[in-house]
Design a binder for this molecule. Structure first.
Ligand SMILES: N[C@@H](CCC(=O)N[C@@H](CS)C(=O)NCC(=O)O)C(=O)O
Length: 216
């Protein structure tokens, strides 16, 4: 059955691979599943046809036969459950990998994403500098803890898993901020993720969409 995902017709990140369809593309590439992409404008994302698939009118979505999913974490989990390569077979190791998926999305992502949002939406507000400081302090606290846990390991718990895939996509949002560089083992962890052939294929496919929209 054909897998179809949705993505931005023109990503606001300018093709840096930060839009959340990147996680889904990467997961599909890791497990070797081909997929189609339906590109959406901001307007189309809020129209009834898309809202029927995604109640919040966002990307990504995932369709396969009569199954329609939203939420990048749930989609990556679905892919990881159905195909070998993203979750270990051992039940306890699998549960720990799933724990890292949740940690990436519910513990690490909120302050990192809020910092990006504040930089766009609150830059001109009188509280901006203080808000940025608070968010960056909380990001550093999380990165420090994560860095200690990762130590000199390649991945968070044994072999590369969906937990690493989501964690790397979350940390990538800090690229260029200088904050990640304060934690050399985390910077190296992100570079290891980016070096995976499946990541590169997913990144190139997402970038090609942005390039076509910009030149077309
Ligand atoms: N928690 C959701 C977040 C989805 C999300 O924020 N998508 C963004 C793109 S990365 C979006 O569609 N933004 C446009 C909008 O909210 O109108 C997920 O992980 O899938």
């Amino acid at each position: 059955m054909t897998i179809t995902i949705t993505a931005f017709e023109r990503s606001p990140d300018g093709g840096k691979g930060l839009a959340r369809d990147m996680r889904v593309r990467w997961a599909l590439e890791e497990v070797g599943q081909p997929y189609d992409v339906r590109l959406l404008s901001f307007k189309a994302m809020k129209e009834p046809a898309h809202v029927a698939l995604h109640p919040f009118g966002q990307i990504p979505t995932y369709e396969e036969g009569d199954l329609a999913l939203f939420e990048s974490g749930a989609i990556v989990f679905h892919i990881a459950e159905r195909h070998a390569g993203l979750l270990p077979d051992d039940a306890n190791a699998r549960a720990r990998a799933i724990t890292w998926m949740f940690a990436a999305l519910t513990t690490m992502e909120p302050p990192i994403f809020d910092r990006d949002l504040a930089k766009v939406l609150e830059r001109d507000e009188p509280w901006y500098e203080r808000r940025l400081r608070v968010l960056e302090d909380s990001i550093r606290k999380r990165l420090g803890d994560l860095s200690r846990r990762l130590g000199d390991a390649d991945w968070l718990d044994g072999a590369f898993s969906a937990g690493d895939l989501l964690m790397v996509t979350v940390l990538l949002r800090l690229k260029g901020s200088g904050i990640l560089d304060e934690y050399p083992n985390l910077s190296a962890y992100v570079v290891r993720g980016e070096a995976r052939p499946a990541y590169k294929r997913a990144f190139d496919a997402q970038l090609a969409v942005f390039t076509a929209a910009s030149t077309g």
